[in-house]
Design a binder for this molecule. Structure first.
Ligand code: FAD
Length: 283
């Protein structure tokens, strides 16, 4: 099923998982997915490291499992910076054979130690290429606070429009912790002529280390209220996790009330966290 069609029917609630790291038993991802299935997400997206696949279950295999065994639509992430046109065509062929219809087309992060292949410079190049080679539903990433490499949010939105014009039918946002940033972003993109559905990406704070890592990677800002919580519970990991989960639930409830097209929960392959949040949101 093409995920695009779901947005016309309801406010979406979706999950993101990543393929198991080489040191994690491969069965773990299938246990995680089984647990997530019971939460009835509208779709599950599966990441793909820009550096390529690692030994173990691949993004495509996991997507096929989600669709065929769990009966849930799946989106395969596909970063292009280290791909050639030929390697993308191979991947599209694999997706087609496995019945995978949805792709999140990405550039991927630049790795200073890896010389990128030069067939695709930006996600918009990949989106146009996929659109020409098949009938996939293509999603793209967006950044409520601007992509860290962009000179400013307005310039980033100009390039976001290029992704939509190239064929992206819906957008999934980078994580953010101040809903205000998402609302301002939504207004700005509408003014720029972008009218496709936008899902809000939510990553709950579960530990000080994880949030510090994520924030340094993606440049999300920490609002005062969250910074205060983190300071108050700096020496109490359990209390910090509880406060982080409540913060995420409040964020989601408010976004839903304010008409967000969907919520995309970065589960970090933690079904307990996903369950706690989902049950609180839909109770
Ligand atoms: P682009 O849209 O190409 O943008 C990258 C930068 O280039 C931006 O600053 C943009 O403003 C600028 N730009 C775009 N077009 C032009 C142009 N024509 N001229 C000049 N500048 C331009 N990474 C992974 O490796 N694997 C994943 O599975 C993965 N999943 C993700 C899921 C989500 C929801 C999000 C938000 C991000 C994900 N990422 C993933 C991270 C993503 O790959 C990085 O954020 C990457 O740095 C940018 O990817 P993009 O597709 O947004 O790039």
């Amino acid at each position: 099923m093409k995920v695009q069609s779901l947005f016309q029917k309801k406010q979406i609630f979706s999950f993101e998982v990543f393929p198991p790291k080489p040191d994690v038993p491969i069965g773990r991802i299938y246990e995680t997915l089984n647990a997530l299935k019971d939460l009835h997400p509208d779709f599950i997206s599966v990441t793909y490291g820009a550096g390529g696949s690692v030994p173990g279950a691949s993004t495509a295999e996991i997507c096929a499992h989600i669709q065929d065994q769990l009966g849930i639509p799946a989106i395969a992430h596909l970063p292009c910076i280290n791909e050639t046109k030929a390697s993308v065509l191979e991947k599209l062929d694999t997706f087609q054979k496995l019945g995978i219809e949805n792709i999140l087309a990405l550039r991927g992060d630049r790795n200073p130690n890896v010389e990128p292949k030069h067939d695709f410079s930006y996600a918009s190049d990949l989106i146009g290429f996929i659109a020409e080679h098949g009938s996939f539903d293509i999603a793209a990433a967006c950044y409520p606070e601007g992509h860290p490499e962009a000179s400013d949010l307005d310039t980033d939105i100009v390039h976001l429009k290029e992704k939509v014009d190239a064929g992206a039918s819906h957008l999934i946002s980078q994580l953010f912790y101040a809903n205000k940033d998402f609302y301002v972003f939504r207004e700005k993109i509408a003014a720029a002529g972008i009218h496709v559905p936008v899902e809000a990406g939510i990553m709950p704070v579960t530990s000080k280390k994880s949030i510090e890592r994520m924030v340094s990677l993606c440049g999300a800002s920490i609002p005062k209220r969250l910074a205060k919580l983190m300071a108050r519970y700096a020496d109490d990991p359990a209390a910090l996790k509880a406060a982080g989960l409540e913060y995420a639930i409040e964020q989601i409830l408010e976004l839903r009330e304010n008409g967000a097209d969907g919520i995309h929960l970065y589960t970090m392959n933690n079904p307990d966290v996903a369950r706690y949040i989902t049950e609180a949101v839909f109770e």
